[in-house]
Design a protein around this ligand. Structure first.
Ligand code: PRP
Ligand code: URA
Length: 209
Protein backbone atom coordinates (compact mmCIF):
# COMPACT_ATOMS: atom_id res chain seq x y z
CA UNK A 1 0.00 0.00 0.00
CA UNK A 2 1.22 3.48 -0.83
CA UNK A 3 1.81 6.10 1.84
CA UNK A 4 0.46 9.53 2.64
CA UNK A 5 3.06 12.06 3.75
CA UNK A 6 1.79 15.19 5.50
CA UNK A 7 4.47 17.86 5.21
CA UNK A 8 3.91 19.84 8.37
CA UNK A 9 7.08 21.93 8.27
CA UNK A 10 6.44 25.22 10.14
CA UNK A 11 7.09 27.33 7.02
CA UNK A 12 4.57 25.31 5.04
CA UNK A 13 1.97 25.52 7.81
CA UNK A 14 2.45 29.28 8.15
CA UNK A 15 2.08 29.90 4.43
CA UNK A 16 -0.90 27.56 4.23
CA UNK A 17 -2.69 29.59 6.89
CA UNK A 18 -2.27 32.73 4.77
CA UNK A 19 -3.40 30.80 1.68
CA UNK A 20 -6.62 29.64 3.33
CA UNK A 21 -7.53 33.16 4.53
CA UNK A 22 -10.48 34.56 2.57
CA UNK A 23 -8.80 37.99 2.65
CA UNK A 24 -5.79 36.81 0.64
CA UNK A 25 -6.07 38.17 -2.91
CA UNK A 26 -5.05 36.48 -6.17
CA UNK A 27 -1.51 37.86 -6.37
CA UNK A 28 -0.58 36.78 -2.86
CA UNK A 29 -2.46 33.49 -3.37
CA UNK A 30 -0.35 32.74 -6.47
CA UNK A 31 2.88 33.64 -4.68
CA UNK A 32 1.97 31.43 -1.71
CA UNK A 33 1.05 28.44 -3.89
CA UNK A 34 4.40 28.78 -5.62
CA UNK A 35 6.34 29.05 -2.35
CA UNK A 36 4.55 26.12 -0.70
CA UNK A 37 5.06 24.00 -3.82
CA UNK A 38 8.78 24.74 -3.75
CA UNK A 39 9.00 23.69 -0.11
CA UNK A 40 7.02 20.53 -0.88
CA UNK A 41 9.32 19.71 -3.80
CA UNK A 42 12.19 19.52 -1.33
CA UNK A 43 10.39 16.85 0.68
CA UNK A 44 8.80 14.89 -2.16
CA UNK A 45 12.17 14.31 -3.80
CA UNK A 46 13.72 12.99 -0.58
CA UNK A 47 13.73 9.39 -1.79
CA UNK A 48 15.14 9.96 -5.26
CA UNK A 49 18.00 7.55 -5.92
CA UNK A 50 21.60 8.78 -5.71
CA UNK A 51 24.78 7.50 -7.27
CA UNK A 52 28.48 8.08 -6.70
CA UNK A 53 30.37 10.67 -8.72
CA UNK A 54 34.11 11.27 -8.75
CA UNK A 55 34.91 14.96 -8.45
CA UNK A 56 37.86 17.13 -7.68
CA UNK A 57 37.58 19.77 -4.97
CA UNK A 58 40.23 22.49 -4.77
CA UNK A 59 42.01 20.22 -2.25
CA UNK A 60 41.66 16.61 -3.45
CA UNK A 61 39.56 14.15 -5.39
CA UNK A 62 36.55 12.63 -3.68
CA UNK A 63 33.56 10.40 -4.28
CA UNK A 64 30.37 12.33 -3.72
CA UNK A 65 26.65 11.82 -4.32
CA UNK A 66 24.69 12.98 -7.33
CA UNK A 67 21.12 12.28 -8.48
CA UNK A 68 21.08 8.97 -10.34
CA UNK A 69 20.29 9.53 -14.04
CA UNK A 70 16.55 9.01 -13.46
CA UNK A 71 14.58 11.56 -15.44
CA UNK A 72 11.82 13.53 -13.75
CA UNK A 73 8.46 14.78 -15.00
CA UNK A 74 5.83 17.00 -13.45
CA UNK A 75 2.24 16.90 -14.60
CA UNK A 76 -0.09 19.66 -13.39
CA UNK A 77 -3.82 19.04 -13.62
CA UNK A 78 -5.25 22.13 -15.34
CA UNK A 79 -6.12 24.62 -14.27
CA UNK A 80 -5.24 24.91 -10.61
CA UNK A 81 -2.22 22.58 -10.87
CA UNK A 82 -0.52 25.22 -13.04
CA UNK A 83 -0.02 27.33 -9.93
CA UNK A 84 2.34 24.71 -8.52
CA UNK A 85 4.59 24.31 -11.56
CA UNK A 86 7.01 27.23 -11.12
CA UNK A 87 7.71 26.42 -7.48
CA UNK A 88 8.55 22.79 -8.25
CA UNK A 89 10.63 23.75 -11.30
CA UNK A 90 12.70 26.05 -9.13
CA UNK A 91 14.07 22.98 -7.34
CA UNK A 92 14.05 20.53 -10.26
CA UNK A 93 14.57 22.73 -13.32
CA UNK A 94 15.40 19.85 -15.66
CA UNK A 95 12.00 18.18 -15.17
CA UNK A 96 9.82 17.90 -18.27
CA UNK A 97 6.28 19.25 -17.88
CA UNK A 98 3.20 17.42 -19.15
CA UNK A 99 -0.33 18.79 -18.89
CA UNK A 100 -3.68 17.16 -18.26
CA UNK A 101 -6.80 19.29 -18.62
CA UNK A 102 -9.69 18.21 -16.40
CA UNK A 103 -12.56 19.97 -14.77
CA UNK A 104 -15.05 18.65 -12.31
CA UNK A 105 -18.59 18.75 -13.65
CA UNK A 106 -20.50 20.73 -11.00
CA UNK A 107 -23.60 18.53 -11.37
CA UNK A 108 -22.15 15.03 -11.55
CA UNK A 109 -18.84 15.88 -9.79
CA UNK A 110 -17.21 13.61 -12.38
CA UNK A 111 -13.94 14.74 -14.02
CA UNK A 112 -14.19 15.76 -17.69
CA UNK A 113 -11.00 15.60 -19.80
CA UNK A 114 -10.26 18.39 -22.30
CA UNK A 115 -6.49 18.21 -22.82
CA UNK A 116 -3.60 15.79 -22.45
CA UNK A 117 -0.02 16.29 -23.57
CA UNK A 118 2.69 14.27 -21.85
CA UNK A 119 6.43 13.82 -22.48
CA UNK A 120 6.94 11.02 -25.03
CA UNK A 121 9.24 9.08 -22.69
CA UNK A 122 6.74 9.07 -19.82
CA UNK A 123 7.42 5.38 -18.98
CA UNK A 124 11.04 6.18 -18.08
CA UNK A 125 10.32 9.14 -15.84
CA UNK A 126 9.64 9.59 -12.13
CA UNK A 127 6.38 11.52 -12.32
CA UNK A 128 4.82 14.03 -9.94
CA UNK A 129 1.14 14.86 -10.54
CA UNK A 130 0.35 18.34 -9.19
CA UNK A 131 -3.08 19.52 -8.05
CA UNK A 132 -3.63 21.82 -5.06
CA UNK A 133 -6.92 20.17 -4.05
CA UNK A 134 -7.63 16.47 -3.51
CA UNK A 135 -11.36 16.47 -2.75
CA UNK A 136 -13.34 13.42 -3.94
CA UNK A 137 -10.22 12.15 -5.71
CA UNK A 138 -12.09 11.88 -9.03
CA UNK A 139 -9.77 14.28 -10.89
CA UNK A 140 -6.57 12.81 -9.47
CA UNK A 141 -7.70 9.26 -10.20
CA UNK A 142 -8.61 10.14 -13.78
CA UNK A 143 -5.29 11.94 -14.33
CA UNK A 144 -3.29 9.05 -12.89
CA UNK A 145 -5.19 6.63 -15.10
CA UNK A 146 -4.43 8.72 -18.23
CA UNK A 147 -0.76 8.63 -17.33
CA UNK A 148 -0.80 4.87 -16.72
CA UNK A 149 -2.65 4.34 -20.02
CA UNK A 150 0.29 6.09 -21.70
CA UNK A 151 2.83 3.88 -19.94
CA UNK A 152 3.63 5.90 -16.80
CA UNK A 153 4.65 3.73 -13.86
CA UNK A 154 6.47 5.76 -11.19
CA UNK A 155 3.78 8.19 -10.14
CA UNK A 156 3.40 10.37 -7.03
CA UNK A 157 0.54 12.75 -6.31
CA UNK A 158 1.26 16.15 -4.72
CA UNK A 159 -1.59 18.27 -3.31
CA UNK A 160 -1.69 21.19 -0.92
CA UNK A 161 -4.90 20.18 0.85
CA UNK A 162 -6.60 16.79 0.90
CA UNK A 163 -9.86 15.45 2.27
CA UNK A 164 -9.82 11.96 3.79
CA UNK A 165 -12.34 10.88 1.13
CA UNK A 166 -9.92 11.83 -1.66
CA UNK A 167 -6.98 10.05 -0.09
CA UNK A 168 -9.08 6.89 0.36
CA UNK A 169 -10.29 7.05 -3.25
CA UNK A 170 -6.76 7.36 -4.66
CA UNK A 171 -5.47 4.61 -2.38
CA UNK A 172 -8.24 2.34 -3.58
CA UNK A 173 -7.86 3.04 -7.31
CA UNK A 174 -4.07 3.41 -7.38
CA UNK A 175 -2.46 1.66 -4.42
CA UNK A 176 0.98 2.14 -5.97
CA UNK A 177 0.82 5.96 -5.87
CA UNK A 178 2.29 7.79 -2.86
CA UNK A 179 0.48 10.98 -1.85
CA UNK A 180 2.20 14.12 -0.52
CA UNK A 181 0.06 16.82 1.09
CA UNK A 182 0.63 19.94 3.16
CA UNK A 183 -2.57 19.37 5.17
CA UNK A 184 -5.21 16.71 5.71
CA UNK A 185 -8.49 18.52 6.31
CA UNK A 186 -11.60 17.35 8.06
CA UNK A 187 -14.18 16.48 5.41
CA UNK A 188 -16.08 17.36 2.24
CA UNK A 189 -19.23 19.48 2.35
CA UNK A 190 -22.42 18.73 0.39
CA UNK A 191 -20.92 20.28 -2.77
CA UNK A 192 -17.73 18.21 -2.39
CA UNK A 193 -15.68 21.22 -1.31
CA UNK A 194 -12.96 20.57 1.23
CA UNK A 195 -13.76 21.89 4.74
CA UNK A 196 -12.16 24.01 6.10
CA UNK A 197 -10.17 24.09 2.82
CA UNK A 198 -9.47 27.28 0.95
CA UNK A 199 -12.41 27.50 -1.45
CA UNK A 200 -11.99 27.08 -5.20
CA UNK A 201 -8.26 26.95 -5.88
CA UNK A 202 -8.53 27.68 -9.62
CA UNK A 203 -10.78 30.70 -9.09
CA UNK A 204 -8.56 32.11 -6.35
CA UNK A 205 -5.40 31.61 -8.43
CA UNK A 206 -6.75 33.19 -11.57
CA UNK A 207 -9.28 35.68 -10.16
CA UNK A 208 -12.30 34.04 -11.82
CA UNK A 209 -15.64 33.18 -10.27
C1 PRP B 1 -10.49 21.42 -8.72
C2 PRP B 1 -9.10 21.04 -8.23
C3 PRP B 1 -9.02 19.60 -8.59
C4 PRP B 1 -10.43 19.12 -8.40
C5 PRP B 1 -10.52 18.40 -7.10
O1 PRP B 1 -10.46 21.64 -10.10
O2 PRP B 1 -8.08 21.82 -8.79
O3 PRP B 1 -8.58 19.35 -9.92
O4 PRP B 1 -11.27 20.28 -8.37
O5 PRP B 1 -11.76 17.83 -6.94
P1 PRP B 1 -11.99 16.25 -6.96
O6 PRP B 1 -10.91 15.65 -6.10
O7 PRP B 1 -13.35 16.11 -6.36
O8 PRP B 1 -11.92 15.79 -8.36
P2 PRP B 1 -11.74 22.21 -10.89
O9 PRP B 1 -12.59 21.09 -11.39
O10 PRP B 1 -12.43 23.23 -10.03
O11 PRP B 1 -11.08 22.86 -12.17
P3 PRP B 1 -10.09 24.11 -12.28
O12 PRP B 1 -8.74 23.64 -11.77
O13 PRP B 1 -10.08 24.36 -13.75
O14 PRP B 1 -10.63 25.25 -11.47
N1 URA C 1 -11.81 21.97 -5.84
C1 URA C 1 -11.41 23.11 -5.23
O1 URA C 1 -10.83 24.01 -5.86
N2 URA C 1 -11.67 23.23 -3.91
C2 URA C 1 -12.26 22.28 -3.20
O2 URA C 1 -12.46 22.45 -1.98
C3 URA C 1 -12.69 21.10 -3.87
C4 URA C 1 -12.45 20.98 -5.19
Amino acid sequence: MSKVVVMDHPLIQHKLTMLRDINTGSKDFRDLVKEISMLMAYEMTRELPLEDAEIETPLCTMTSKTLAGKKLGIIPILRAGLGMVDGVLQLIPAAKVGHIGLYRDPETLQPVEYYCKLPSDVPERELFVLDPMLATGGSANAAIQFIKDRGGVNIRLVSLIAAPEGVDAVHKAHPDVDIYVAAMDEKLNDHAYIVPGLGDAGDRLFGTK
